[in-house]
Design a protein around this ligand. Structure first.
Ligand code: B12
Length: 215
């Protein structure tokens, strides 16, 4: 069994220490960081989701799998950072109000940070007011929102409305993501960008700061 398969099994089984060890080993073997990420860490979470849906796995197991994946992510995190460069811009990121899913948000944050942005991560269950406050305090150009539940997607709309009310929408660009989110939804709520994955998030972030700079 290849090391990436072993990582899949260990995440699904929630074997946190093993995931950490295998991530280190995979790096030592010279496997690309992006491959370790997509095939070793992200792929098993899809399987976990499917098994949850079919009733094979329960919430505690889903939490432990998430924690195991995060251990691997933490090892890759420093490798995404470029050092000593002036930030391209500042992004405030968070999982929207009512939503506790952190993994996709943290991954997007890590990759955008790696592309040279200053990231202000507000964590999970972030209210529209908290987003607005942080954008003001940080002078951010970008706001990243994550939602994994169809029931919390409206919090994205509420956040965009709160930014508008605070008179910030001409200064900041918004990017939304998360499994149930679509381009169509982004258009509907007036988000400036939609990213189906973290890599697209990086691309959008770069594009949108350029749009702002060109003004
Ligand atoms: C792990 C998990 C949990 C963990 C979360 C642990 C944690 N620390 O995050 C726990 C156990 C807490 C959990 C709880 C719940 N969960 Co849950 N969970 C999942 C699971 C299995 C994986 C999510 C994940 O981490 N995926 C991996 C990451 C990397 O993918 P991602 O989040 O999509 O992120 C990527 C992109 O979307 C994008 N992205 C995401 N956000 C952003 C933001 C920006 C700015 C950008 C640029 C990009 C970006 O980039 C990421 C990387 O490519 C999914 C199933 C699935 N396949 O999605 C269900 C799932 C999301 N959960 C679900 C449900 C129902 C729940 C609960 C309501 C269960 C319950 N009955 O209590 C609760 C809700 C709690 C709450 N209020 O939030 C449903 C949602 C159904 C729906 N459509 O609304 C799913 C789809 C499972 C299912 N098939 O039924 N869950």
């Amino acid at each position: 069994m290849g090391i990436l398969d072993e990582m899949n099994t260990s995440i699904i089984e929630g074997n946190r220490d093993k995931v950490e060890e295998l991530t280190r080993q995979a790096l030592k073997q010279g496997i690309e960081v992006s491959t370790i990420l997509s095939q070793g860490l992200i792929a098993p979470m899809d399987i976990v989701g499917q098994r949850f849906e079919s009733g094979e796995l329960y919430i505690p197991e889903m939490i432990i799998a998430g924690e195991a994946m995060t251990r691997g992510l933490n090892i890759l995190r420093p490798l995404f950072k470029e050092s000593g460069i002036k930030p391209r811009g500042t992004m405030v990121i968070g999982t929207v109000k009512g939503d506790m899913h952190s993994i996709g948000k943290s991954l997007a944050s890590m990759m955008i940070e790696g592309a040279g942005f200053k990231m202000v991560d507000l964590g999970i269950d972030v209210s529209p007011e908290q987003f607005v406050k942080s954008v003001k305090e940080e002078g951010a150009q970008l706001v990243g929102m994550s939602s994994l539940l169809t029931t919390t997607m409206p919090s994205m709309k509420a956040t965009i409305e709160a930014l508008k009310e605070a008179g910030l929408l001409d200064k900041v660009k918004t990017i939304i993501g998360g499994a149930p989110v679509t381009q169509e939804y982004a258009d509907k709520i007036g988000a400036d960008g939609y990213a189906p994955d973290a890599a697209t998030g990086v691309k959008k972030a770069k594009e949108l700061v350029q749009v702002l700079a060109a003004r």
